[in-house]
Design a protein around this ligand. Structure first.
Ligand code: 5GP
Ligand code: MN
Length: 336
């Protein structure tokens, strides 16, 4: 394990650093990664952000986005960077399977591995861990790491603040989840002081939809939403054919599950989508209902109690049937 003073002395001279984050990165994955990136380049390090896959267009405006390497599009370059790195920061994930093929390259690298994360049950692959499940976002922990652990608050700037604010805003549901406690609001205020334009960030992320996305959302809500009152559950299923018909791109399906959860009386919402290789599930829940338990037990996944995901090797129809079947097991909790 690396101590904080060892990390500080490493960071006192230029290092070759890779920052990576989970596949299909979301606002927190990109916000925490590009926030840490903006800090580390200021300190004079050679830094690259490598994402396992592509990510939504509404995150492409972020500072230094053009420096990001997407593993699936530049495998050799990414593998070389990982192999030659002296430090690898793993942000917003804690099991190497969450970064696909990149995972085994990271494991094999001689670099120090530093995990900054807020998910349950971390795998033991790291040399340093700044980890808390109480943090609303990995970006919150990156802020804490820079300001309170490394005591480098003087390095905070507009780019860092913009990225970290994006991560905190997206993972806290725009500051409305229980995880957005008073500390999170104080950090957000600091980030605004450091130059984050909260109104602009919100607009760029949430008021930036393509026409296709909005029409697809309309289709999901009017034609595909299924309400199971007897188990206080709402389901939206989407087929490959529908994805093609609406020309759906990475990011277009983000957040649709939350509309299903917004129906009164609904405690569990599922968005079940037929991808080319497998069926992906996104679950959201309210209160104490453990969406992550369902994903872990039935769908090779996990996540947070109120926001979790996983996948199924069954076809779409059978996956939906499995999902409806398992609801009986959770009936008491759903009706509580
Ligand atoms: P989403 O529904 O937005 O894809 O994912 C919500 C949350 O569930 C993510 O932040 C992540 O913590 C978790 N999650 C989603 N997919 C998976 C998965 O395949 N495996 C695990 N372990 N967690 C996942
Ligand atoms: Mn996160």
């Amino acid at each position: 394990m690396l101590s904080v003073s060892e990390i500080k002395s490493l960071l006192a001279t230029p290092q070759k650093i890779v920052i990576t984050t989970h596949h299909k990165p979301d606002g927190d994955a990109m916000g925490s990664s590009l926030g840490l990136y903006a800090y580390l380049i200021q300190k004079g390090h050679h830094v690259k952000v490598i994402t396992p896959t592509d990510y939504p267009y509404f995150l492409h405006w972020m500072p230094n986005n053009s420096d990001v390497i997407i593993f699936t599009e530049a495998q050799e370059e990414a593998a070389k960077l990982v192999a030659e790195a002296s430090m690898i920061f793993c942000l917003d994930f804690n099991t190497l399977s969450r970064i696909n093929e990149l995972g085994e390259l990271v494991r094999a690298s001689a670099a120090y591995k530093l995990m900054i994360d807020h998910h349950l049950e971390p795998e033991d692959f790291d040399d340093y861990r700044h980890w808390s499940i109480n943090a609303c976002a990995a970006a919150q922990l990156v802020y804490d790491f820079i300001v309170n652990v490394l005591k480098d608050g003087s390095f905070m700037n507009k780019d860092i603040a913009t990225c970290l604010y994006t991560g905190i805003m997206t993972d806290s549901g725009s500051f409305r989840f229980p995880s957005a406690d008073a500390t999170v609001y104080r950090i957000a205020a600091d980030l605004i002081d450091f130059g984050a334009e909260h109104w602009r960030i919100h607009q760029l992320v949430y008021d930036n939809a393509t026409e296709n996305r909005l029409r697809f959302l309309g289709h999901c809500l009017s034609d595909k939403l299924e309400i199971l009152r007897e188990s206080r559950t709402a389901i939206i299923t989407v087929t490959q054919d529908e994805l093609r018909r609406f020309n759906i791109q990475t990011g277009d399906t983000e957040g649709i599950v939350n509309y299903a959860l917004s129906v009164n009386g609904i405690k569990l919402a599922a968005f079940i989508i037929e991808r080319t290789d497998k069926v992906k599930l996104s679950l959201r829940s309210t209160g104490d209902f453990p969406a992550n338990e369902i994903c872990k037990k039935y769908f090779n996944g996990g996540g947070h109690r109120n926001a979790a995901g996983g996948y199924s090797e069954q076809n779409l129809e059978d996956t939906v049937a499995t999902f409806k079947q398992l609801l009986t097991e959770y009936k008491t909790q759903l009706l509580q």
